[in-house]
Design a protein around this ligand. Structure first.
Ligand SMILES: Cc1cc2nc3c(=O)[nH]c(=O)nc-3n(C[C@H](O)[C@H](O)[C@H](O)COP(=O)(O)O)c2cc1C
Length: 415
C-alpha cells in the first residue's frame, strides 16, 4: 500500500488524484510582454505527464509595475487570455489539476527592473540572495494603493479562472507582499493594516475575500504561508498558527506551509545539516498546525526520498507532499514516486566558484532546467553554471533596454 496514491477530496468537493504536488517555481519564461510562451506551456505539458495530482504554476504577477523577475508572466487584463487558455489546457486529458499562483513582490520586487518599490513600511531589504543586494528604501503604500492591490488580486484571479486554470494559490510566503504585511518586522504601520496581528492579517484576509467574491464558492483557493520568516522580530510560529485559524474559518481550501524570506532563505534549504538530512524542513511546525485546523495541509521544502514522503502522509502529519526543485530535474517524478520506480530525488546544482553568482544559482539553475524541458530537451544535471549566469544577465539587460523604450502606462488604464 502506498498512501501517496490515495486521492484527496478538498472540503469543496474538488478531487486531487494523489498526494504529490509540484510546488510553485518561477519559470521566468514569458515573452517580453509578460505573456506565456510556447516554451512555458510545453514545460507544463511535460509536467502534466509527471504523475502529480496537482501542479502549481510559478508566481504570476498581478501588476506589470511590480515584478519579481524579468520574464514573469503578468495577468492584469485580458490581453493575453488566449495564451493563458493554452497554458491552462496543458493538463487537458490528464488527472492533474493546474493552479495558478498569484503574487505581488512589494519590497522584494527586483530593483534592477522596477522603477518603484512599494511596501507596507519603508524598510529596505538587508540583503537578498537573488535580488542583487538592494538597499533601496521602499515607498509606503497608501490606503488607496492597498485597496487597489486587493482589487488587482481579485482581478487576476477571475481572469485566470476564465482561462480555465483549476484553482488559485495566493503567495503568502517568502517575504513577498502578503508576508510583508503579516510580519511585524516589515510592517510597522500605525493604521488598520499594521500593529496587532488582527490588523497585520487584514491584508491577506481581504485578498482572500476579494478572490472568493470573484471566483465563487466552488473554485479552489489555496495559500502558501510561512511557518515563520526566521527573522528576529518577525512573523512567529504562534502568529502563523493564528493566521491558519483565521483563513480556515474563512473557508480556504488548501494551506501550503513553507518558511523564510530572501533575507533568510530557509525555504531553499538554509537549515541545519540535520534538518536537511531529515528532509521536510518545516515538519515540526505542520504537526502543530494539524492540531488546530481541519483544512487540508501541504508541506513543501526538502522532501527528497519516497520513504520520507510516504511516512509523512501515512502518519497523517499532512495531506499533500509539495516538491519543487526535483521537478525541474526529474520530469517523471510523480510516477516514479507513486510506482516506487525511483526512491530518491537528490539534485546538485553546479557552481561557478564566485559567491555572489552562486547565491543565485539555487533559483536560476533550476529555471534553466525548466526552459530545457519546454524546449523539448532533456534536463541536464551537468548544466554549466556560467552559461546559466550569462543567459540570466542577458534577460536583465534586455528587460532594461525594453523598459527604456517603453512609454509608462498608468496601471489603472491597464485594468
Ligand atoms: C527556480 C525556483 C523558483 C521558485 N519560485 C517560487 C515561486 O514562484 N513561488 C513560490 O512560492 N516558491 C518558489 N520557489 C520555492 C519553492 O516552491 C519551494 O518552496 C522551495 O524550492 C523548497 O522546496 P524543494 O526543497 O522541494 O525545492 C522557487 C524555487 C525555485 C528553485
Amino acid at each position: 500500500m502506498n498512501a501517496l496514491q490515495d486521492e484527496m477530496i478538498l472540503p469543496n468537493g474538488v478531487i486531487l488524484s494523489n498526494r504529490i504536488a509540484k510546488s510553485a517555481m518561477s519559470e521566468n519564461l514569458s515573452n517580453k510582454n509578460h505573456e506565456p510562451t510556447p516554451t512555458l506551456i510545453n514545460a507544463y505539458k511535460v509536467w502534466s505527464k509527471s504523475g502529480a495530482g496537482l501542479l502549481i504554476t510559478g508566481n504570476i504577477m498581478i501588476d506589470s509595475n511590480a515584478i519579481g523577475e524579468p520574464r514573469n508572466v503578468v495577468v492584469e487584463n485580458r490581453q493575453n487570455l488566449r495564451q493563458l487558455k493554452k497554458w491552462a489546457k496543458s493538463v487537458e486529458g490528464t488527472n492533474t489539476q493546474l493552479w495558478a499562483q498569484i503574487n505581488h513582490p512589494g519590497r522584494q520586487a527586483m530593483e534592477l527592473i522596477n522603477s518603484n518599490l512599494k511596501a507596507p513600511s519603508a524598510i529596505p531589504l538587508k540583503t537578498a540572495g537573488r535580488k542583487n543586494t538592494t538597499k533601496k528604501v521602499p515607498e509606503v503604500l497608501s490606503e488607496k494603493e492597498i485597496l487597489e492591490i486587493i482589487e488587482a488580486f481579485g482581478n487576476t484571479a477571475i481572469i485566470l479562472k476564465e482561462a480555465e486554470f483549476s484553482g488559485i494559490q495566493i503567495h503568502g510566503a517568502h517575504g513577498y507582499l502578503v508576508s510583508q504585511f503579516l510580519s511585524p518586522y516589515t510592517n510597522v504601520r500605525e493604521d488598520r493594516w499594521g500593529g496587532s496581528l488582527e490588523n497585520r492579517s487584514r491584508f491577506v484576509v481581504e485578498v482572500y475575500r476579494k478572490i472568493r467574491e470573484y471566483v465563487g464558492a466552488s473554485f479552489p483557493i489555496g495559500i502558501k504561508l510561512n511557518s515563520t520568516d526566521f527573522q528576529k522580530g518577525g512573523f512567529s510560529e504562534e502568529e502563523s498558527m493564528e493566521v491558519v485559524k483565521i483563513l480556515s474559518k474563512e473557508g480556504i481550501d488548501l494551506i501550503e506551509i513553507s518558511g523564510g524570506t530572501y533575507e533568510a532563505p530557509t525555504m531553499m534549504g538554509k537549515r541545519k545539516e540535520s534538518t536537511i538530512k531529515r528532509e521536510a524542513y518545516f515538519i515540526d511546525y505542520i504537526e502543530k498546525v494539524r492540531q488546530i485546523t481541519n483544512t487540508p495541509l501541504m508541506l513543501t521544502g526538502g522532501f527528497r526520498t519516497t520513504s520520507v514522503m510516504k511516512d509523512a502522509v501515512t502518519s497523517n502529519q499532512l495531506d499533500i507532499i509539495g516538491i519543487a526543485r526535483p521537478f525541474a530535474v526529474f520530469p517523471n517524478i510523480g510516477n516514479d514516486i507513486l510506482n516506487e520506480s525511483r526512491l530518491d530525488f537528490i539534485t546538485n546544482i553546479k557552481k561557478t566558484g564566485v559567491k555572489a553568482i552562486d547565491g543565485m544559482m539555487n533559483i536560476v539553475w533550476y529555471e534553466s532546467q525548466i526552459k530545457r524541458m519546454g524546449q523539448g530537451k532533456k534536463t541536464n544535471p551537468e548544466l554549466s553554471a556560467w552559461s546559466v549566469f550569462f543567459n540570466y544577465l542577458w534577460l536583465i539587460i534586455e528587460h532594461k533596454l525594453k523598459s527604456k523604450s517603453k512609454k509608462p502606462v498608468p496601471s489603472q488604464e491597464l485594468k
